[in-house]
Design a protein around this ligand. Structure first.
Ligand SMILES: [Zn+2]
Length: 467
């Protein structure tokens, strides 16, 4: 949500500081990060701080749901290392303590340790994240304001809320999330408050830091604490009211709806258990296997586009066979084969394209009335142009099955009707059946008979400039 208070901050940010870029690393969400990748990036960042420091302020732009193999709370570890390196450089130069301003995705996880090592911390207030740039701007503007005014680090009030919910139930377009997040603005506008933020958290990691969070920062620690508890209480009180953003059901029920004689076209089915932008592997074949063995999708059935599964070898086999050729090749389940082995593609090669930089080459295999997209690499099909790049039109399809959670705007507009399929995979929306082992219990909705938790804020005191 846009705060008019921030309207002039872009100019202040541009003129207010000399920005020194250090490290930028990003990835399509996926599985766990290999320790060597994490350590390499961390080392590079710390070396850059030592090479370029000291700094007055540090802008830390993290998602917050990175899971590193063999490690808990990677973001707190990274932030602690950044803090130590910045302090070392400041001490060497006799310069003031560096302020760290962190910005996150509201689907990131926040531990007390992470909060302790930042001075300012905030996150998106909209899901889908239409306020991504606004949030980063706010984090930068607050950092510069504190530095210019010499007000040091504000107090931070942190509340852990023992609730873990999927993003598909907590879209801020709908109640109760809408109202809960709208309550942030008047709090943020209060005298003595710098920022107020609510994190839904990331439900598909399995760490003690997976839960919802509120952090309120401000120079009035008492007010920050009271407001943090107020926001946390509203989230806790609404815990049972969060519902899926669309009708949600198992695959069988969704197919019944999509195949009904009066079903609207195109009918979009969200294969939500393997959404590549939420962290799914993108090669779960469970849904595709169900469809190609279903006689309702025989030749002459409803034209059904299925996106997608990645398998480099299967794509190569299609290219070798050539356009229009008969093909019989296994595909997928190379990374995630928990629920289903490779799907046997037995049909004809319908399309062969170069795809794009994300997908690599793309083959479409026609099996009965199904057109299955196979890519070389993991690829979300969240825009119409993605399908066009695969050589397919979807506006005239009867059914479009796509690995996504809530529909991003283009697919939402495409769908004359849609359902969220509760399919298995790495980002299964049915959290209970995922079998978390490391989250702290009790936790809603895993433990239904919970007592009201203590939502008193933990206070990290203000640190005056020059301390
Ligand atoms: Zn997110």
């Amino acid at each position: 949500m846009l705060n008019p208070e921030h309207a002039n901050h872009n100019a202040a940010i541009a003129d207010g500081a000399t920005w020194v870029p250090l490290v930028h690393a990003r990835s399509l969400p996926g599985g766990m990060v290999e320790p060597v990748v994490y350590e390499t990036l961390k080392t590079e960042l710390i070396e850059m701080i030592h090479a370029q420091g000291p700094f007055d302020g540090f802008f830390l732009d993290i998602h917050g749901a990175m899971t590193v193999v063999g490690r808990q709370d990677a973001e707190a570890d990274l932030t602690r290392a950044v803090r130590a390196a910045l302090d070392e450089e400041s001490a060497k130069a006799g310069a003031p303590r560096t302020l760290i301003s962190a910005t996150m995705d509201l689907h990131g996880n926040v531990s007390a340790d992470l909060v302790d090592n930042c001075d300012l911390i905030t996150c998106y207030r909209m899901a889908p994240h239409e306020d991504e740039q606004e949030t980063k701007t706010r984090a930068m503007a607050n950092l510069i304001t504190r530095l210019v005014e010499g007000t040091g680090a504000p107090a931070k009030a942190f509340v852990r809320i023992p609730v873990l919910l999927p993003g598909e139930k907590t879209s801020t377009r709908l109640e109760p999330a809408k109202g809960i997040y709208e309550a942030i603005l008047p709090i943020e506008a209060s005298e003595g408050i710098v920022d107020a933020s609510i994190w839904v958290g990331y439900a598909w990691a399995d760490e003690p830091r997976c839960y919802a969070t509120v952090v309120v920062t401000g120079d009035d620690a008492e007010l920050a604490s009271a407001k943090a508890t107020e926001l946390a209480t509203s989230y806790w009180d609404a815990r049972a009211d969060f519902e899926f953003v669309a009708p949600a059901a198992d695959l069988g029920t969704c197919l019944e709806a999509a195949l009904a004689p009066d079903a609207k076209r195109p009918y979009v089915l969200s294969d939500s258990g393997d959404n590549p932008t939420a962290g799914g592997s993108g090669d779960v074949t469970w849904t595709l296997t169900q469809l190609i063995t279903d006689p309702r999708f025989k030749e002459g059935g409803p034209r059904t586009v299925v996106a997608s599964v990645f398998d480099k070898d299967a794509v190569a086999a299609c290219f070798a066979a050539g356009l229009g050729a008969a093909i019989e090749v296994p595909a997928g389940a190379l990374v995630d084969h928990v629920h289903s082995g490779p799907a046997m593609l037995s049909g004809t090669v319908l399309q062969l394209t170069d795809g794009d930089v994300t997908s690599g080459r793309v083959a479409v295999v026609k099996m009965g009335s199904i057109e299955a997209i196979i890519t070389e690499r993991r690829k979300p099909y969240h825009q119409i142009s993605d399908f066009v790049a695969a050589g397919l039109t979807v506006t005239d399809a009867d059914i479009v099955v796509v690995k996504i959670g809530y529909l991003e705007p283009e697919l939402f507009n495409l769908a004359e009707d849609w359902m969220l399929m509760l399919t298995p995979g790495g980002v299964d929306q049915d959290l209970i059946r995922l079998g978390h082992r490391n989250i702290e219990r009790p936790m809603f909705p895993f433990d239904t008979d919970m007592e009201t938790p203590d939502l008193t804020a933990t206070i990290f005191p203000a640190i005056p400039s020059g301390a």
